[in-house]
Design a protein around this ligand. Structure first.
Ligand SMILES: [Zn+2]
Length: 351
């Protein structure tokens, strides 16, 4: 038995010379030192020996076991070191090489504009609100002082959604963000200073129009809202968004949901509101002004639709296109506005 044990040690030592990878080493280890391994099998023979023989063989068995373990440890050290070396070799890194700059993207220019607009109005206490972009006819028109047979509805080129009529009419893809006005009043929290930004839809698609675009809708409902405050808010926005030298003017207009109603114009950046550049008519504007969008004092019928008494509450509202406002700031004279959403990176990357 002593011989067999010493033979096992020699066999293992020889075997390990041929092992080149750690995984193979593990296989041999189980084969020799495992619970049912060769060493364990040999040691079963101890049971039949007498006490003196056991003492002698026990010492030999211990020596052999330690010898085998040492042999494994040596090979393992050697192979581990080799593996680290190989890894270093294959993943070699030259710290002096110039780095690769990762490409950092940015939000779409419309998203940037929405964030800028929200922040400016936040300074005046306006809270961003969201309202349905598919809504009942009632909120888009009826509550906005446009009964179902009113011709003013024709201006909106509305998409109607197929389906049954509900108590609040048909469903429409909102043609403007004004559907949020009465919805906001229905929440019953006053005074209201909201800026609602959302998608609008109209059946129009050409170089100047998108079938889906963004609007931002400002609404103030309070006990003493005035045209003066409306003008002040418009001025603050124009100076913050377009630049401190810009001024606004309100031009009388007509909308169903406001009375009085205005178009808001901003002074032209190219000619500084004069309409002329070096004595020649400005190419960007009409007589020094650029049209931004509609505004006005909320119509008493709209206030009533919101469940309030128009003798007690008044308000003002304005609704402007995000894309249009954004292009006015950038001084962009885009031939075809549809390029904004064509995902052409050559265009998008410029912003
Ligand atoms: Zn001009």
């Amino acid at each position: 038995m002593e011989n067999e044990l010493r033979q096992l040690l020699a066999e293992v030592q020889a075997r390990l010379l041929g092992v080149n990878v750690l995984a193979d080493l593990e296989v041999v280890r189980i084969e020799v030192l495992g619970r049912k391994g060769k060493l364990a099998e040999l040691l079963k023979g101890l049971a039949v020996l007498d006490i003196n023989e056991k003492k002698v063989i026990g010492v030999v068995a211990n020596e052999v076991k330690m010898g085998i373990e040492r042999a494994f440890a040596e090979v393992e050290d050697k192979l581990s070191a080799a593996a680290v070396l190989a890894k270093n070799e294959s993943e070699w890194l030259d710290m002096t090489m110039p780095g690769v700059t990762p490409e950092v993207g940015h939000t779409h220019l419309t998203t940037q504009a929405i964030e800028d607009i929200t922040n400016i109005f936040a300074h005046l206490g306006f809270v961003r609100a969201r309202h349905p972009e598919v809504d009942w006819d009632y909120y888009a028109f009826e509550a906005m002082n446009m009964p179902s047979d009113h011709p003013a509805r024709d201006d909106w080129e509305t998409f109607f959604v197929k389906g049954e009529k509900g108590v609040k009419g048909k469903m429409v893809l909102t043609p403007h963000t004004s559907n949020g006005q009465v919805r906001e009043m229905e929440k019953g929290v006053f005074p209201i200073r909201m800026i609602s930004i959302g998608k609008c839809f109209r059946r129009q698609a050409d170089v100047r129009h998108l079938p889906s675009f963004y609007q931002f809708e400002g609404l103030v409902i309070d006990k003493k809202a005035s045209v003066t405050e409306l003008k002040g808010v418009c001025d603050y926005f124009a100076k913050s968004y377009f630049g401190p030298d810009r001024v606004t003017r309100l031009r009388p207009y007509h909308f169903r949901f406001t009375e009085p109603s205005f178009e808001l114009d901003v002074s032209c950046s190219v000619c500084s509101g004069t309409g002329k550049v070096d004595g020649v008519k400005c190419k960007l504007c009409k007589e020094g002004w650029l049209e931004l969008g509609g505004a006005g004092m909320v119509h008493p019928n709209v206030i009533k639709a919101g469940g309030l008494d128009p003798d007690e509450y008044s308000g003002f509202a304005f609704g402007w296109g995000v894309e249009r406002t954004m292009m006015m700031r950038a001084g962009l004279n885009i031939d075809d506005i549809r390029i904004l959403y064509k995902n052409d990176l050559r265009f998008i990357r410029q912003f």
